[in-house]
Design a protein around this ligand. Sequence first.
Ligand code: PLP
Length: 457
Amino acid sequence: MNTDKDKELKGGLPICVHLCLSVANIFGVEFRMTHIKSEELFRRAVEKIPGGVNSPVRAFRGVGGQPIFIARGQGSHLFDVDGNEYIDYVGSWGPLLLGHRHPEILAALEKALEIGTSFGAPTEQEVLLADAICEAVPSIEMVRLVNSGTEATMSAIRVARGFTKRDLIVKFEGCYHGHVDSLLVKAGSGLATLGIADTQGVPKAFADTTIALPYNSLDALEEAFRVHGERIAAVIVEPVVGNMGCVPPLPGYLEGMREITARYGALLIFDEVMTGFRVAFGGAQARYGIRPDLTTLGKVIGGGLPVGAYGGRRDIMSMVAPAGPIYQAGTLSGNPLAVAAGLAMLRHLKAHPEVYDRVEACGARLEAAAPAGVTVNRVGSMFTFFFTDGPVTGWESAKKCDTARFGRFFRRMLEGGVYLAPSQFEAAFVSAAHSDDDIERTIAAVREEAESELRSD
Ligand SMILES: *Cc1c(COP(=O)(O)O)cnc(C)c1O
């Protein structure tokens, strides 16, 4: 990236930055990394983009200073605009189970480009992707493609309401289901980190249709159904929560949820936007052996391009327009590029089940390297180091974490070349592209970080 723009950025540096760096060098202070171009880009970004970013979790002002601008990714590594290299555990927030620029996904995209980027008319590839999804996730008998996870959950709850002719939705504190109006209640990481209890701009009437309950409490769910059962259209849940950090379901929790919803005629929606094709090929429902009525997908099924999907029981999905009376549409839904990338991803995962063994083993090694006093939650390739010594089973316990300690951890790991999500309430993701060397270097960085922490006490 040696363009005129680069030179312009360098030329535009405030003098103090040059001075600071050279002074630091004279006194032999070790500067392992600088973020000069990122700083300059961020200064320009905040002028034109709210907060300088196109999605709030990317802004980690106050934790690591400011976001790192990425120049490119390759396999398990990220390279920023200042030439720093990182081992990437964000993986674009979940989609990149095969790492950056996987050759089979690139080849599929190149082939798709030869044909055209969008037709707004059906293509063969969409049928193949629908077949692949339904085959991998048997509870999905019919599926509709959309462009994001948010669209998938928004559409799924509309379908649940239309099908049951009821209005209320149950969700769980700390679970995030995209920025759907009625689901932005107690919605986990992004909002938690920003300290926004409840977003503005959602009419009270919408929020009133949502019942937020503590995750992992069957008693709370039973009680809500005892009171409102006849009015509840659906329960939507992250079967393994990723959006308050990784929080797995307690034994029997999902089974109990399945039983209660069925008893009251409410639908069970598994939001597998994060867990789908991640915690197992068939998602969390395969891993835990539960059959939801509807499932939402996103992230991994797009192979790094914007895709979402919702699907489930044939009798329910048959209600979606134009087959039925519940409207949902999308100009770019099922567009050839996104579908090609998604199909290449699912085909690779089906042909290489060992991917799941590999990421599981890498996850286990990282889990074992956690510093003392940290609670690790991990499901396969999803994990979180919670800076608390108690178990983390829901939002109340996650909230007890020492977020200042997490902030120091995050910053030192970044300086050590390990790119993690800048919030205590996010999951880290291992990809099939992470090498043994990546894992060893990460473990060494965790040890070094713990020593720095001890020294600074
Ligand atoms: C990321 C996520 C979403 C939202 O997906 P977008 O593509 O960001 O709209 C919904 N649900 C879960 C569980 C997610 O992790």
